[in-house]
Design a protein around this ligand. Structure first.
Ligand SMILES: Nc1ncnc2c1ncn2[C@@H]1O[C@H](COP(=O)(O)OP(=O)(O)OP(=O)(O)O)[C@@H](O)[C@H]1O
Length: 617
């Protein structure tokens, strides 16, 4: 039992300290300031108690001048401590407010550093999202710092009060009869106070355990419900894309029902939250009353038996009160730290995740002649969590300056092949080499710099067209124009009032919302701007009208120049301008060669070609 409690205590604070470490990364000063605040705040009531005792004693002795000086010293000390403490509290409150934003930035930055397969692990992302939601519900890291600050104040306060209690218990009665003297005996007072404290603690602990369990349930339900409401209210209702689907399908009723449903779950939770806090206040009151009666009784006995002065009455009674308040709050703060850490620990887990694959150290040889060759050697691949391989024994060389087309039916594995090429994933079996060396041995960033990629689901950011192309605030305007021309986007961009400085979808009135085809052309220009030796185009013309598509085909040679290109498309006509064609079928390469040869072969390629050829006729 004792061991279990120790184990859970250790686990809670190990997690708590990991989270405080995250706080340190966001704001280095917050924890030291909270420490100073805890020490100063603890000192204040004890300073008052000690000075008050001296003042009362001096007043009783009618030594008014000395009493006056004690008052002056007390006020000065309180003024200095209080002033510093107020300043620190103001500063820590401000920091606690920005912690949430700091945390969100830290999480997003981590997301960018982590390997693609880690951030696309749906389990990890779900845990992270729940933790983020829990963080919002609990007040986040700011609340953790605050609770630790409270806990430290309570530990310091209780420890100081124990010192007072020991001194109090050790005082010896000077007068009184046998019973009074017996009651004022150091041992009797110590045992009675300890017994009252333990009894009270037990009483409040039982309440705390019940309330904590209730609070846990509420917290858990609350953030799950918040998450769901967040989905319907923000993700669905605020999204212009889903707005179309909602209207066309008349989904308003379904959304209303979902929102009502969630509200019905949330409101009873708030009610039970109110009841649980009420119970807590009541139990604390009973406990405090009990302990106060016992401690006042014994302090009175000590005063009556002349063990302590009358002035010391306030000092010791006050110290016991401090002890009692601190120890009962400590139970609460401890369980609160436990609750917060449990909810927030997935955040620390996520931030502690390290890359396992991006560990290569070899630099990429810089070559002006672009002599880079990539080869797949018996590569098989299975997606994490999947039970079957998506790619089977792929052997393929991507030769220098080759224009390679990759074709195949939906789900044949073409995009997966590109993902492996760009190291978004690593092969489950086999190796991929660059100029004969396993690509895992190269520095990841340098390896990636070899590729310009346009994925089917291209993404444009809320920034100007030029910044989207250069992926930088600093861009070469002439080069942007050249790439826009090559990608067939120049005419529409130059027609805009602000040209390539026009902002894309950033929520302001001046931003423009591009059509799918216009966006695709901008993403093509982006790939060209990078000037990497490999140009990978995954369905780059899917959103283009037939004329724009024909333009791209016509200028394909000019676009990719002397680079090596890999072109994935369902438009079979695009294979005509590629030297070499790879045909994927069920995750394997079943055919490879030039257009004419593959047509004669009468295999999958010929079938795909013929299926479209009838529309060209
Ligand atoms: N992240 C993933 N986890 C598990 N399976 C996946 C994942 N991504 C893709 N797949 C599966 O891998 C297979 C190959 O998909 P891939 O996207 O490579 O095909 P594709 O040939 O590019 O198809 P399309 O022509 O439709 O774009 C599909 O069965 C797909 O469902």
């Amino acid at each position: 039992m004792m061991f279990n409690r120790w184990h859970s205590f250790k686990k809670t604070h190990e997690a708590g300290f990991r989270l405080l470490n995250v706080v340190k990364q966001i704001d280095r000063d917050l924890i030291p300031l909270s420490l100073i605040d805890a020490i100063l705040s603890t000192a204040m009531p004890f300073v008052t108690l000690v000075f008050s005792a001296r003042i009362i004693d001096k007043l009783l002795e009618r030594a008014f001048t000395e009493a006056g000086w004690f008052v002056v010293w007390m006020l000065l000390t309180l003024l200095v401590i209080g002033g510093i403490s107020l300043f620190i509290q103001y500063r820590t409150k401000l920091s606690q407010k920005v912690l949430q934003t700091g945390l969100e930035i830290l999480i997003r930055k981590k997301g960018m550093e982590l390997e693609y397969d880690i951030i696309s692990d749906s389990e990890a992302i779900r845990a992270l999202r729940n933790a983020e939601e829990a963080a919002k519900y609990n007040g986040g890291l700011g609340h953790l710092v605050h609770t630790y600050n409270e806990l430290l104040k309570q530990v310091l306060s209780a420890t100081t009060a124990i010192v007072f209690a020991v001194i109090f218990c050790l005082t010896q009665p000077q007068t009184g009869g046998t019973i009074l003297k017996g009651l004022a005996n150091p041992f009797v007072a110590a045992v009675a106070l300890l017994a009252a404290w333990i009894f009270g603690l037990q009483l409040s602990k039982n309440q705390s355990v019940k309330i904590k369990a209730l609070d846990d349930q509420i917290a858990e339900k609350h953030y799950i419900v918040e998450n769901q409401i967040g989905y319907w209210i923000s993700d669905v209702l605020y999204d212009t894309e889903s707005g179309k689907t909602i209207r066309v399908n008349g989904m308003e009723k379904m959304i209303d029902i979902n929102i009502d449903n969630f509200m019905n779950q949330v409101l009873p939770l708030y009610k039970s939250m109110g009841i649980s806090s009420g119970k807590r206040i009541l139990s604390e009151g009973i406990e405090s009353g009990l302990f106060s009666i016992v401690s006042y009784f014994f302090v009175l006995v000590k005063v009556v038996t002349d063990a302590v002065t009358i002035g010391a009455f306030t000092q010791y009674a006050g110290a016991f009160l401090q002890f009692h308040q601190a120890s009962s709050k400590m139970v609460w703060s401890e369980s609160e730290v436990n609750r917060i850490t449990k909810n927030l620990v997935p955040l620390a887990d996520y931030l502690d995740r390290t890359n396992k694959r991006y560990t290569g150290t070899l630099p990429i040889e810089k070559r002006t002649d672009n002599v880079y060759e990539i080869e797949f050697h018996d590569v098989s691949f299975r997606y994490p969590g999947s039970t079957t391989d998506t790619l089977h024994h792929i052997n393929a060389k991507i030769t220098l300056k080759n224009k390679l087309a990759v074709v195949g039916r939906n789900g044949a594995g073409k995009t997966t092949f590109i993902k492996l090429l760009c190291r978004l994933y690593d092969p489950t079996e086999g190796v991929i080499t660059l100029n004969g060396i396993d690509i895992r041995k190269y520095k990841y960033d340098e390896y990636l710099s070899l590729f310009s990629v346009v994925f089917q689901d291209f993404y444009l950011f809320s920034a100007s067209i030029a910044e989207n192309i250069a992926i930088s605030k600093n861009f070469d305007g002439d080069k942007v124009t050249k790439c826009l021309k090559k990608a067939g986007a120049f005419s529409f961009v130059s027609g805009l009032e602000k040209g390539y400085d026009t902002d894309i979808e950033n929520g302001t009135n001046e931003a423009i919302d591009l059509s799918g085809g216009q966006g695709q052309k901008i993403s093509l220009a982006r790939a060209l701007y990078k000037e990497a030796p490999f140009v990978i185009l995954d369905e780059p013309t899917a959103a283009l009208d037939p004329i724009s598509e024909a333009e791209i085909y016509k200028r394909f040679d000019e676009m990719v120049e002397d680079k090596t290109s890999v072109y994935i498309s369902h438009r079979m006509s695009s294979c005509r301008f590629c030297h070499d064609i790879l045909v994927f079928e069920n995750g394997a390469i079943t055919e490879r060669g030039a257009h004419d040869i593959l047509l004669k072969h009468k295999g999958v390629y010929a079938a795909l070609w013929n299926a479209q050829a009838q529309y060209y006729a």
